[in-house]
Design a protein around this ligand. Structure first.
Ligand code: BGC
Length: 502
């Protein structure tokens, strides 16, 4: 009996020992995996760093590239496109105008009425629709017929609301959020598609003509009288309300900026023929590139797998279309290298499945248990992750968005530097003391709807400019500014108004 007890005690000790060893091993393995993902996060943070010194280098690089792009065609990654817009709306416009805006993920149709004073601007109707993804890879006929039919429905809804005895010709501004080489205010050819659009055989086509053709086919008496980049629309809207507005930036699915430049600085254009002595230049800054940009392995992979690799490098770091996918790639890498997210989810492996609005929802989740993060991860096929893993995901969103916002701020400061409104006087000593009030109009869902992006960007702009200068710079957010502004621009370019009687 005694021997039996001894044996039993020994056996129990052995079992206890091996269980303890297993527990310890499992814990160590767990810790190793945790250390691994923390290491991945740390690498990401380092690669995304944007200290003030680096931002200032970006500011200088952008200003230099802007200059190069103005000197010669193809002289820079920045296309610095002429827009043929010299007079911006000032509030005196009259009449009723339409705008159709093809953006990255939405299109809008609006009708505005202008009564000759700022306060009498009336947005009479506005429709917003998301763009069916099938359309992005369709044909030119399908795309333009879709736009024409949407416009037809919009017009049909009006009935005879203007009480006009005779039908009138409607004037339309086409806000087209893609790079176009303008040949006049109302015409221009597509340079290339961006933001996932891939309709073949359209580069080189006159975009306004394509839309006009589709409208004519449907028998619509509408004239495409202006072809406007969305940034230029936003600048027009900004200027209409505040004449100190000299630049506009879009932070949406894609990103871009335009600004008012002196015509004598646009050296590549021999005869710009403007009355005001300045012209709006569409920078197409999404294509900006510098070896000093804080690029990660995720950016490199994203670019390599994109439809337009080696192109639009800046946009792929700051555009709303891409931020979600960068975050997704980081989570995927972590889940491949450790099992803290459970078995690898096939959903998570799908490009662009994580949208930037989900990133902002996770980033700004203020529930103590991070329930929004848990919900979004579940949609991605990752369920039941502990709180510390959810916190890790929030951190990833923070790092990716903060980098984007700070780079965006450097972009704006680059424009201010180029036009001598950054406090350095643009090389002219006399300007150094007089800082003029400068307004930058900002449009796009990323800025308007993602509070953390907005806060990081505003903060970085203040840091880069310094308080003394920053107090003279106003960043003004404007919803639907691109669409409304295009109609305003059209109005200001017309001497004869249509539909006056409303
Ligand atoms: C386009 C620009 C546009 C920007 C914002 C970019 O992808 O190239 O023309 O202004 O997106 O919509």
């Amino acid at each position: 009996m005694g021997r039996f007890l001894v044996t039993l005690a020994a056996a129990t000790a052995v079992v206890a020992c091996s269980v303890a060893t297993m527990v310890v091993r499992r814990r160590m393995k767990g810790r190793r995996k945790w250390r691994k993902v923390v290491g991945i996060l740390k690498d990401l943070e380092e690669a995304c760093e944007t200290p003030l010194g680096r931002l200032r280098q970006m500011v200088d690089a952008i200003a230099v590239e802007m200059q190069a792009g103005l000197v010669s065609e193809g002289g820079s990654k920045l296309k610095m496109l002429l827009t043929f817009v010299d007079d911006l709306p000032n509030g005196c416009e009259r009449g009723t105008y339409y705008a159709l805006h093809l953006g990255g993920s939405y299109f809008r149709i609006i009708r505005v009425h202008l009564g000759g004073q700022r306060s009498t601007l009336e947005v009479q109707d506005i429709e917003r629709h998301s763009i069916p993804t099938t359309l992005m890879n369709s044909t030119s006929e399908v795309l333009f017929d879709f736009l024409a039919s949407s416009l037809q429905m919009f017009i049909e809804k009006e009935g005879n609301m203007f009480n006009l005895a005779q039908p009138v010709k409607r004037e339309l501004a086409f806000t087209f959020s893609f790079p176009v080489k303008q040949t006049s205010l109302s015409s221009g050819v597509l340079i290339k598609w961006t933001k996932g659009f891939a309709i073949s055989e359209m580069a080189g086509e006159d975009i306004a003509e394509c839309l006009q053709g589709a409208l004519n086919k449907r028998g619509l008496d509408i004239r495409v009288a202006a072809l406007v980049n969305d940034t230029v629309g936003a600048l027009s809207f900004g200027h209409f309300h505040d004449p100190d507005t000299i630049a506009a930036v879009v932070f949406g699915t894609g990103s871009n900026a335009c600004y008012l430049e002196r015509t004598d600085a646009i050296i590549k254009c021999q005869n710009p023929r403007t009355t005001s002595g300045s012209m709006v230049v569409n920078m197409e800054w999404g294509n900006f590139w510098s070896s000093r940009l804080p690029r990660t392995s995720y950016d490199i992979e994203l670019d390599a797998e994109s439809m337009n690799s080696n192109d639009m490098g800046f946009e792929k770091m700051i555009g709303g279309m891409y931020l979600g996918d960068i975050v997704r790639r980081v989570i995927l890498r972590m889940s491949q290298e450790s099992d803290i997210f459970g078995p690898i989810s096939s959903i998570l492996s799908t490009p662009f499945i994580l949208r930037t609005n989900s990133v902002s929802a996770m980033h700004e989740d203020d529930t103590p248990e991070l329930l929004e993060v848990a919900r979004i991860l579940k949609d991605l096929g990752v369920s039941e992750v502990p709180l510390k893993v959810r916190k890790l995901v929030v951190k990833i969103c923070d790092v990716v968005t903060r980098r984007a916002a700070r780079l965006a701020a450097a972009g704006i400061a680059g424009i201010l530097k180029k036009v001598g409104r950054d406090g350095s006087g643009g090389g002219r000593r006399s300007d150094k003391q007089i800082m003029r009030r400068t307004v930058v109009a900002v449009e796009g869902g990323l800025y308007l709807n993602y509070r953390m992006f907005r806060e990081y960007m505003d903060e970085a702009l203040r840091d880069v400019l310094g308080e003394d200068v920053a107090q003279h710079v106003v960043v003004k957010a404007m919803e639907d500014g691109s669409s409304i502004g295009s109609a305003l621009l059209l109005a200001s370019s017309q001497s004869v108004q249509t539909i006056q009687s409303v």
